[in-house]
Design a protein around this ligand. Structure first.
Ligand code: GLA
Length: 378
């Protein structure tokens, strides 16, 4: 058995944001096809995850959960085989409570039987939600029980805990064997939601690390207001760039929520931007360091990455264009160091050399600029 210990944030696709309960075998197979032909698999997006609403409302006579035969006529093992044949991994969903959020059977009190069902189906990833959790229950105990039940199957199944950041999961989720856990509430497809999740996550940046990552929820890039579960609104191109680059920078798992069969060119290119993905998947797996800025509602970070390089990231959450400053003395390169930076713009590829003391680009409203930086002797 290979140990599925996650060394980098997990990448994949999940059905919830766009499709909610309108899921089917046909849809999941088409998405798996597109993951390959659209270049997503090769860019690193490996997991195809079915979220809530896949089951029948009742368990069978053996107490097992049953896939809804109207939605999944050939059953889950068939779908799992199809996904595996494409070089992809198969993810599924259950809930620590008595029912899932959409009212389908939850795993509370059935953890061992359900974990075995998932293992029999060849599942590689389990998202484990938190709705309808009994008042008498103990949340840490419940997540620990499913973690153990998955281990007991002997199959490598990524345990993706999803209790929406409640009860300070950063202090115990890693210890009970979770591979990743939701550190915030649900995302919606608008800038307010992206900003809110980011602001919550800012308090926990150091908690996501190798072996157990903070999950800031699925991506809304490319949904453009068309998601059944992620709500109306949509984001501008600058807002989607801010969203995706923040998830990359903060080391969140990257789980696409858009309909990749129909996604627009901008959304597809953003999700496949290999410079941004490289930041997320960097082998040093360091969290970024937040640098002070001088105007309200602007944020700046430096992230140390491999090969002695750095990512400098500037964000403007204001409703108008604004300058955002990084003083290099604040990131360990004061004037007396004798060094300057050479910057490469992650989006445009433009090279800026001889940058010393400070760098203060103008950032568009709700937008960002990211640079890959190198130290050079002046
Ligand atoms: C919760 C989760 C979502 C999604 C839904 C499904 O809200 O946080 O990500 O899984 O349940 O009902």
């Amino acid at each position: 058995m290979i140990n599925m210990f996650l060394r980098k944030p997990l990448m994949g696709w999940n059905s919830w944001n766009t499709f909610r309960d309108e899921i089917s075998e046909e849809l999941i197979m088409q998405v798996a096809d597109e993951m390959v032909s659209g270049g997503y698999r090769d860019a690193g997006y490996q997991y195809v995850i079915i979220d809530d609403c896949w089951a029948l409302k009742d368990r069978n006579e053996n107490g097992e959960m049953v896939a809804d035969p109207k939605k999944f006529p050939h059953g889950m093992k068939y779908l799992s085989d199809y996904i595996h044949e494409k070089g992809l991994k198969f993810g599924m969903y259950s809930c620590a409570g008595l029912k899932t959020c959409a009212g389908f059977p939850g795993s509370y009190g059935n953890e061992y039987i359900d974990a075995q069902t998932f293992a029999n189906w060849g599942v590689d990833y389990l998202k484990y939600d938190y709705c309808h959790f009994p008042q008498s229950g103990n949340v840490q105990q419940a997540y620990h029980t499913m973690s153990m039940a998955l281990k007991a199957t002997g199959r490598d199944i990524v345990f993706s805990a999803c209790n929406w950041g409640q009860g300070e999961p950063g202090t115990w989720m890693r210890s009970i064997g979770a591979d990743m856990y939701r550190s915030t509430g649900d995302i919606f497809d608008n800038f307010e939601s992206v900003k809110k999740i980011f602001e919550i996550q800012r308090e926990h940046i150091q908690e996501g690390a190798i072996g157990c990552f903070n999950d800031m929820d699925m991506l809304v890039v490319g949904i453009n207001g068309n998601g059944l579960a992620s709500g109306v609104g949509g984001c501008t191109e600058d807002e989607y760039k801010t969203h995706f680059s923040l998830w990359c920078l903060l080391g969140s798992p990257l789980i696409i929520g858009a309909d990749i069969r129909k996604i627009d060119e901008f959304g597809r290119n953003l999700l496949l931007n290999n410079e941004l993905i490289a930041i997320n998947q960097d082998s040093e797996v360091r969290p970024p360091f937040e640098v002070r800025t001088f105007s309200e509602d602007t944020r700046a970070f430096i992230k140390h990455v491999s090969d002695n390089e750095f990512i400098m990231a500037y964000y403007n959450f204001r409703d108008e264009d604004n300058e955002v400053q990084i003083y290099f003395a604040d990131i360990g390169v004061p004037t007396y160091s004798g060094y300057c930076f050479e910057l490469t713009d992650i989006f445009s590829g433009e090279c800026i050399s001889g940058v010393r003391d400070y760098y203060t680009p103008i950032i568009p409203k709700h937008g960002c600029k990211l640079y890959r930086a190198r130290l050079v002797k002046r």
